[in-house]
Design a protein around this ligand. Structure first.
Ligand code: NAD
Length: 256
């Protein structure tokens, strides 16, 4: 375990209200590509067509073809990695008060985390744009075998993953809660985010301005590195697993 991970462990150990803020980087090691960076999805697919609500309303089958051919195989295979599991363990020990995530893959919940604030929605939840009926992803996996775009069985409306597309607002109650936990925490841990997508990227600034320590664990540099108390440019799953293991060991030693 390196010095940075040891420092991170000490900061987590002494924190009373830790908030984790996660991005696509934490799920990269589960096989879900990030949007930006060399292998990012937006290098191959134009976001103004695949993730824009106006375009989706005009041509929903364009998105659903992409979903079926590109997203489905990845989503079906992806499992939480040691990074997701470490955060779930930190919640179990009451160390972590909430995860704020930009991810839409649902892997934190599959790993066992309960208090997950999804700023950009969840792609495993599917919504009818007409009547608001919700469907699970398994139903939609079946529907898209024969129907693109998939349609609501109640009103025949077009279905869309319950995620925030360009041109849509963030869910206001989730955003309010995220702002509130960010202002209230004493340690704000960014994991696997380029910190360029707004308004999500303003949450670490809010936390810092309200007196929290700011830690950034991300492979590449971010625009907020300069204001952070600790920056680690390493793999999220490796470092979080080490930190969580070391915390567990210390807890066992203090009991004996
Ligand atoms: P981003 O793609 O802008 O940045 C990801 C960051 O993760 C990069 O800076 C990269 O250096 C870092 N990274 C990659 N692998 C890593 C690893 N193993 N360990 C640590 N860091 C690693 O992602 P973002 O900041 O989350 O913003 C992008 C938007 O894309 C979000 O709004 C999100 O909704 C969406 N998105 C979600 C998923 C998902 O749900 N898994 C995947 C791709 C994009």
């Amino acid at each position: 375990m390196g010095n940075d991970a040891l420092t991170l462990k000490a900061m987590v150990a002494s924190a009373a209200r830790l908030v984790a803020f996660t991005g696509a980087g934490i799920s990269a090691e589960s096989g879900i590509p990030t949007y930006r960076g060399a292998d990012g999805v937006w290098n191959k697919y134009d976001p103004s067509k695949y993730a824009d609500i106006r375009y989706f309303r005009e041509e929903p089958s364009y998105y659903w073809n992409f979903f079926k051919d590109v997203r489905c195989p990845v989503l079906k295979k992806a499992q939480p990695n040691k990074g997701h599991l470490a955060l779930a363990k930190l919640e179990e020990t009451d160390k972590l008060s909430a995860i704020i995530t930009q991810n839409i893959d649902g892997l934190h919940q599959i790993a066992g985390s309960n208090r997950v604030l999804e700023l950009h929605g969840n792609t495993r939840r599917i919504l009818c744009l007409e009547c608001g009926e919700l469907y699970g992803i398994e139903t939609v996996y079946r529907l898209i075998e024969t129907q693109l775009p998939p349609r609501c069985s109640k009103c025949d409306g077009v279905l869309k993953p319950d995620v925030v597309f360009f041109g849509e607002s963030l869910p206001p109650t989730v955003l309010d809660e995220a702002i509130s936990v960010s202002r209230d925490c004493d340690l704000f841990l960014v994991v696997g985010s380029s910190l360029v997508v707004q308004p999500a990227a303003s949450l670490p600034v809010m936390a810092k301005e309200n007196g929290a320590k700011l830690l950034i664990l991300n492979k590449d540099a971010t625009p907020l590195d300069r204001m952070a108390d600790l920056v680690i440019h390493e793999s999220a799953s490796v470092v979080l697993d080490q930190v969580c293991g070391a915390l567990e060991k210390s807890a066992i030693q203090s009991q004996t």
